[in-house]
Design a protein around this ligand. Structure first.
Ligand code: GSH
Length: 121
C-alpha cells in the first residue's frame, strides 16, 4: 500500500533528454498538422468532457489523446506547453490552428465562428 502510494503520487518523473523532447514536440506538431481536429484531454477533466460533448453535438470528429491514460502523457503535455504556452487541458486545435481551452471553444461556438472553422475543414 505504502509502495503503491509512493509510486502513484511521489515517484519522480524521468525527465526527457533534449533529443527526446524534440522528438515529442515533432510528434505533437505532426498531429496538429495532420489531424483536422486534435484535442489533448484527460479523462477526469470536466472541461475536456464539455469540449468533447460540444464537438460530438456538432458531429465534428476529433482525434483525442487522453494524456492521463498513456505513458508519455506528461511529456506530451510538456511539448504542448512548448508549442502553445498552454499547459492545461483540453488543448484544442482545429485545422492546424491553436484554439485554446474549453472556454475558448465555447466562446467560438457562441459567436458562431466555430461552425465556420469546422466547415472549412
Ligand atoms: N479555463 C480552462 C480550464 C482548464 C483546466 O483547468 N483544466 C485542468 C484539468 S480539469 C488542468 O489542465 N489542470 C492541470 C493539469 O491537469 O495538468 C478551459 O476552459 O479549458
Amino acid at each position: 500500500m505504502i509502495s503503491w502510494l509512493y509510486q502513484t503520487f511521489f515517484q519522480p518523473r524521468k525527465l526527457l533528454s533534449p533529443e527526446e523532447m524534440s522528438a515529442t514536440v515533432d510528434k505533437v506538431n505532426a498531429w496538429i498538422k495532420e489531424k483536422p481536429i486534435f484535442v489533448a484531454s484527460k479523462t477526469y477533466c470536466p472541461y475536456c468532457q464539455a469540449t468533447l460533448k460540444t464537438l460530438d453535438e456538432l458531429k465534428a470528429d476529433a482525434y483525442v489523446v487522453q494524456l492521463n491514460t498513456i505513458d508519455d502523457g506528461s511529456d506530451i503535455q510538456d511539448a504542448l506547453y512548448e508549442i502553445t504556452g498552454q499547459r492545461t487541458v483540453p488543448n484544442i486545435f482545429i485545422g492546424g490552428k491553436h484554439i485554446g481551452g474549453n472556454s475558448d471553444l465555447q466562446e467560438l461556438k457562441a459567436s458562431g465562428k466555430l461552425d465556420a472553422l469546422l466547415s472549412d475543414l
